[in-house]
Write a protein that binds this ligand. Structure first.
Ligand code: ADP
Length: 251
């Protein structure tokens, strides 16, 4: 990323062009570094499940046929790590499309119904008793239903994953906007980490989030979905008290 160096004294048109060129170079360099970081983080993330799959495949090769217990354990591990890799690659592809506009399929979306559906799905998916309350009146917006479903899934899944408490989903309508707030009363996010939660692969606690299946791509995707609908996303969180993520869409 070479830059044009002009004498400090020159104030002519060429100097202005050099400045414009230099700021373009800065931007290119910044984007290049971000891309490089993404590739390096992505490879690292994929390496972990791949290593697990490889070692279980080795175990199968050596003892699989003679040891039914190993056979069962290995198949289970290979299956769950493959699912994790598939989810990761799907999330990465979605984010990689980043700067090209997503094609949204805009239609009338029943937000209240989607929230109830997400709550029901996650209540069944998590194998522990969780209470997810949906507080809403009828609420419709024009949006891409698949993407909104994905957004709700990310927010409610996080709320359940990182807290052992009930979760409240509250929908509010004003004449010009519709907001959805997802609140949990769990561990919260430390103040110094709040500014980073939209960075790709960022996790407050890497060890713990890997155990819960977290990749650090949920909130970056959530933010992109909201932005694609010209909305806003805010997170209010306090350690030990809980977290509220609010998304607001214009109507
Ligand atoms: P992940 O897939 O790891 O959940 P996200 O991008 O959705 O990735 O979230 C980034 C990080 O922010 C998480 O790893 C977690 O540490 C933190 N986080 C997100 N939501 C919550 C929440 N409701 N409560 C506590 N921590 C959260």
């Amino acid at each position: 990323f070479k830059k044009i160096i002009r004498p400090a004294s020159s104030k002519d048109e060429l100097d202005q062009m050099a400045n414009t060129f230099n700021s373009m170079m800065d931007l290119l360099e910044e984007n290049y570094k971000k891309q490089e970081q993404f590739v390096s983080d992505a490879s690292h993330e994929l390496k972990t499940p791949l290593t697990v799959i490889e070692s279980y495949a080795n175990m199968l090769k050596r003892w699989g046929m003679k040891r039914p217990d190993i056979l069962e354990e290995a198949i289970e591990a290979i299956h769950s790590e493959s699912i994790r890799m598939k989810q990761l690659t799907e999330q990465m592809l979605l984010l990689a499309k980043g700067d090209v506009q997503w094609e949204l399929k805009i239609e009338q979306v029943d937000i209240a119904a989607l929230c109830r559906e997400t709550a029901k799905y996650l209540q069944q998916a998590f194998q522990r008793n969780i209470l997810i309350h949906v507080h809403t009146e009828n609420a419709f917006i024009r949006a891409d239903e698949k993407k909104i479903k994905q957004l709700l899934y990310i927010l409610v899944d996080n709320a359940v994953k990182y807290s052992e408490t009930p979760v409240d989903i509250t929908i509010n309508r004003s004449p010009s906007s519709l907001s959805i707030a997802v609140t949990d009363y769990g561990i919260g996010i430390p103040k110094e980490d709040l500014a980073h939660v939209y960075e790709r692969f960022f996790r407050v606690d890497k060890a713990r989030t890997r155990a819960t299946g977290g990749s650090g791509l949920g909130l970056p995707i959530a933010r992109r979905i909201v932005a694609a609908h010209q909305g806003d996303i805010h997170i209010k969180s306090e350690e030990g008290t809980g977290t509220t993520v609010t998304v607001i869409f214009p109507v």
